[in-house]
Design a protein around this ligand. Structure first.
Ligand SMILES: C[S@@+](CC[C@H](N)C(=O)[O-])C[C@H]1O[C@@H](n2cnc3c(N)ncnc32)[C@H](O)[C@@H]1O
Length: 573
């Protein structure tokens, strides 16, 4: 079976020249210039890759970037609500500390259940309980931990942290954003009006299941009546959303893990039901040049939340592309009009968007047929950031036989809901191969890092005093400090160009504001490839690494693999 039907062209890789020009433009926008370039042929059959353009020192920040598209795992939204646009956590450090300690207390006392926010958010019970299933209970360790927690906080203090009546010293230095609701009225939450608007303008106008603008405004791309129907605004989803492969929920200090495969949270189910704001009527709207029924969107989103985060991400990418294509179309139309009236500025100019697809000027002999070509050109330009990514269909990049995989059923159901069979499956496949798991530190971790944060607390004596003051709390939290994090999955333009090595030259990490940072793991010489590890590689043997990488459809031939294979007398392909 091959790509067929309307939209199949989205799957064909762009011309080499267009791809090269796109990556050049991507890098040219960065100031100061980045110490890397993208080579279309990294060698060894790897496809494209990222290479150092100068010597890069160990520990140096190679680049930081925001995701082009991303979603927080549904179940994680209940544990730690974050901005749906930039992934900033939306709770106070006190609340995050209390949630971690409550979970620990629940676990230590052997209670079943799990920790989490209650739906009233910030008041009353924290749902304080929960030992993780399968964990071994060590009474001596439990007693030691319980004593540390008791020494750090008493019950009324913990309660005060939860209901907002008690503060931690200097916690005002870790800013807690206000919760700003979705412009359209669904249950998405943002950290600012700017984020709410940015999400709406870039894709959420097409994905909001309610779609009634609370600011009463329309926008250039939206017309027509709303889908109506209010519905619940309960953002709480239950169940696990992530879990396949070496994914992002491992804690460990937060970061955007260099683990593509684990990002998708597939086959996990459980979230969202009943929490989705539903459009009541099946009314049709015209949004971003297309017809939209929000009630059907609600069904799609509910299904996505119950199955796999990649479905939401795929929808986000399609929505972004359609919205951007509208803007590109306007630019192309005005470029065509300018060209026909003799102006220099035309669709081929760098400002007009991605290269290629020059459209015929209006007024030219084929002007009557120009509009469909302009539309196609606009779509191609909008699609460019994703066109350059690998896109095997979802079932081809699954590590299990699709026949045995309930996820194929999921894809089928989702396809039915989104009605774009092959293209959609391939877009899902793109996420299996290109995503990064998001794992951003909670406000509790940001707070505990204050004594080392010179920018936030410039006075060294104050930092030292705070360090002392926080010591009991640090001991009480222990390794659990990193058990609470903003977790999700996202697609990054530059990091998705990085190839894998089991002895990577760089590592991906995240900051609390949702940026992925690529940091040199060692000195990288000019001309050397910048690689990351897609799987857990530290202390992991060759066979295990190979098994984890099999799902990506390649066998790693890095120096470490070759040395390990030689030592074990195993063949290297
Ligand atoms: C995130 S993309 C990396 C960029 C990719 N090379 C491209 O051309 O878009 C991941 C894909 O790159 C390829 N790849 C990455 N590392 C590789 C390696 N060490 N050996 C062979 N192929 C690799 C695999 O096809 C993998 O699914």
């Amino acid at each position: 079976m091959g790509p067929q039907g309307e939209g199949a062209w989205l799957l064909s890789p762009p011309e080499e020249a267009d791809s090269a020009a796109y990556h050049e433009q991507l890098l040219a926008r960065r100031s100061p210039p980045l110490p890397v370039c993208v080579r279309l042929d990294a060698g060894g059959g790897k496809g494209k890759g990222v290479f150092a353009t100068r010597d890069i020192e160990e520990g140096e920040l190679i680049f930081a970037e925001r995701p082009l598209a991303g979603v927080q795992h549904v179940a994680n939204k209940a544990d730690l609500p974050a901005c749906a646009n930039c992934f900033r956590a939306l709770v106070t450090p006190e609340r995050a500390v209390a949630d971690i300690l409550c979970a620990a207390i629940g676990r230590l006392s052997g209670d079943a259940g799990r920790h989490g926010h209650d739906s009233s958010d910030g008041s009353g019970s924290s749902g304080c309980a929960g030992s993780e299933e399968g964990e071994e209970f060590d009474p001596a360790e439990a007693a030691r931990r319980a004593a540390l927690i008791e020494a750090a906080v008493d019950a009324p203090t913990l309660e005060g942290f939860i209901n907002g009546t008690r503060r931690l010293p200097r916690s005002e230095l870790v800013e807690t954003p206000d919760k700003v609701p979705c412009l359209g009225g669904c249950d998405e939450v943002f950290c600012s009006e700017a984020c709410a608007r940015a999400a709406w303008d870039s894709q959420h106008c097409l994905l909001c299941p309610v779609g009634r603008r609370r600011d009463g405004g329309g926008d250039a791309s939206t017309s027509g009546g709303g889908g109506g129907g209010g519905g619940s605004a309960d953002a709480k989803g239950k169940g696990k959303a992530s879990g396949k492969g070496a994914g992002g929920s491992s804690g460990g200090g937060g970061g955007i893990r260099a683990s593509y495969r684990g990002a998708s949270g597939s086959g996990s189910g459980g979230g969202g039901k009943g929490g989705r704001a539903r459009a009541g009527a099946d009314a049709e709207e015209t949004v971003a040049g297309g017809r939209l029924r929000r009630a059907r969107l609600a069904a799609f989103l509910e299904h996505a939340d119950e199955t796999n985060d990649s479905l939401r991400l795929a929808a986000q990418v399609l929505a972004m592309t359609l919205v951007k294509a509208e803007a590109e179309l306007r630019a192309l139309r005005s470029g065509a009009a300018a060209a026909s009236s003799g102006s220099e500025a035309g669709p081929g100019s760098p400002e007009a968007g991605a290269p290629g697809d020059a459209a015929p000027p209006a007024g030219a002999p084929e002007a009557g047929a120009a509009e469909p070509r302009l539309r196609r050109a606009a779509l191609r330009r909008a699609w460019m950031p994703f066109a350059v990514a690998q896109k095997a269909p979802y079932w081809e990049v699954l590590s299990v036989d699709p026949e045995d995989d309930p996820e194929e059923e999921m894809t089928g159901e989702s396809l039915r809901l989104l009605r774009a069979a092959w293209v959609y499956a391939s877009i899902l496949g793109m996420f299996e191969q290109n995503n990064l798991a998001i794992n951003l530190p909670s406000p509790a971790a940001a707070y505990l890092a204050l004594p080392r944060n010179e920018a936030a607390l410039p006075d060294a004596a104050e930092r030292a005093a705070l360090e002392l003051e926080l010591e009991p709390l640090r001991l009480a939290l222990g390794d659990d400090l990193h058990s609470l994090a903003v977790e999700g999955t996202a697609f990054f333009a530059l990091q998705s160009c990085c190839n894998h090595s089991c002895a990577p030259s760089a590592a991906a990490e995240g900051d609390p504001c949702g940026e992925a940072r690529l940091v040199a793991a060692r000195r990288i010489a000019a001309g050397e490839e910048v690689t990351i590890s897609y799987v857990e590689e530290e202390g992991v043997g060759l066979e295990e690494r190979r098994a984890a990488l099999a799902a990506y459809g390649f066998e790693c031939r890095c120096g470490r693999c070759e040395a390990d294979a030689l030592a074990a007398g195993v063949a290297v392909l």
